[in-house]
Write a protein that binds this ligand. Structure first.
Ligand SMILES: CC(C)(COP(=O)(O)OP(=O)(O)OC[C@H]1O[C@@H](n2cnc3c(N)ncnc32)[C@H](O)[C@@H]1OP(=O)(O)O)[C@@H](O)C(=O)NCCC(=O)NCCS
Length: 162
């Protein structure tokens, strides 16, 4: 795993297109994340395939987190379909939450679609709990759940539950 950089832009566009279908972020959105926003701490981490594994020459997964004051938001967490259920999503999430804690955040929030059972299971396993529901957030019939996970230096990322 390593911090993302401007040189990752085209590979991340490919990863989004291959992984997220109609919800894929385009080049402009990704360039914005890589450039960051003044006054907001942005953490973008990419995970590359192991040695000897080739995935179009680009990352197998990436995640983005923004932090303002004591609160961080997970903006994106994407694992290429071929690399799912191998622990990569959890490892990336831990890396993002560790960075948030290291920067002084005491809680992290995110939105997840109610029908995204894989992501909901992942976040629940790492200690996220539902605090609100946003009706029609993704589309007319697709609500978002707002999840929260407390952070502390003694608990730098949500504890993995069995
Ligand atoms: C959600 C996502 C990031 C998970 O990545 P992943 O690398 O497959 O996750 P992990 O292998 O680290 O899984 C960790 C745990 O999450 C849960 N989990 C992950 N995928 C799951 C699935 N399809 N069904 C049920 N539980 C799942 C399990 O508890 C899993 O632990 P286990 O494998 O020991 O049972 C991946 O499915 C993805 O990229 N989805 C599309 C993008 C997306 O929806 N991102 C989240 C937006 S909010």
């Amino acid at each position: 795993m390593r911090p993302g950089s401007a040189g990752d832009l085209s590979a991340l566009v490919r990863l989004e297109t291959a992984s997220m279908g109609a919800d894929a972020w385009g080049e402009a959105a990704l360039a914005g994340e890589l450039a960051g926003i003044p006054g907001i701490r942005t953490v973008l981490v990419v995970a590359e395939p192991g040695r000897g594994v080739v995935l179009d020459g680009g990352p197998a997964a990436y995640g983005v987190l923004r932090a303002v004051g004591d609160t961080a938001d997970v903006q994106r967490l994407v694992v290429a379909p071929a690399y799912r259920r191998q622990g990569l999503g959890g490892a990336l999430l831990r890396a993002l939450l560790y960075e948030a804690t290291d920067g002084g955040c005491t809680r992290v929030l995110l939105e997840v679609a109610t029908d995204n059972s894989a992501a909901r299971a992942l976040y629940a396993a790492y200690g996220f709990a539902e605090i609100a529901r946003r009706r029609g957030y993704y589309s007319v019939r697709r609500d978002a759940l707002v999840l929260e996970c407390p952070l502390s230096p003694h608990r730098p990322y949500g504890e993995r539950r069995a």
